[in-house]
Design a protein around this ligand. Sequence first.
Ligand code: ZN
Length: 170
Amino acid sequence: MVAYCKNCGEEVQSGSAYCAKCGSRVQAQTGLVLATWGERALAYIIDTMLLGFVLAWFALPGLRLIPRVWGGDMMNWIPFVDFGFRNIIYFVYWFFMEQTYGQSLGKMAMRIEVTDLDGGRLDMNQTAIQALGKAFLLPLDLILGWVMYPSMQQRLFNNLSNTVVLKKQG
Ligand SMILES: [Zn+2]
């Protein structure tokens, strides 16, 4: 059976829950629309800048105070894995915010939220797993997600935790 997206008319692959073209939820739940990678990237930049300011305020020794996306040390992108103190702070921040509110401050600003596949709240395991990839393995997490889950727009660790990022309703 061939299904078509109610929002944009694009043919939907069987078994995929979201339209690959516009991101609308295909099945019963209406109003669930995937956030774009651009919105998520901006939320990430807002979060890392805010944390950068906070960490700079406390002037902890040995920290990289400016997120490396802002021209810090590009070479550090290559090894993929990063387990610095800053990454632990990122993890704690995202875990706390997304478990409590479903949103980080950056996601609040962009009006997007992380949910389970049906738009519901995450349990602690889901929150922890998706935050782990984002905090410690982001380039790898993203690239593998782009390649493997284009229609769901999931990072690898979104897929592992059965989570998606949606436009916030209402
Ligand atoms: Zn569509």
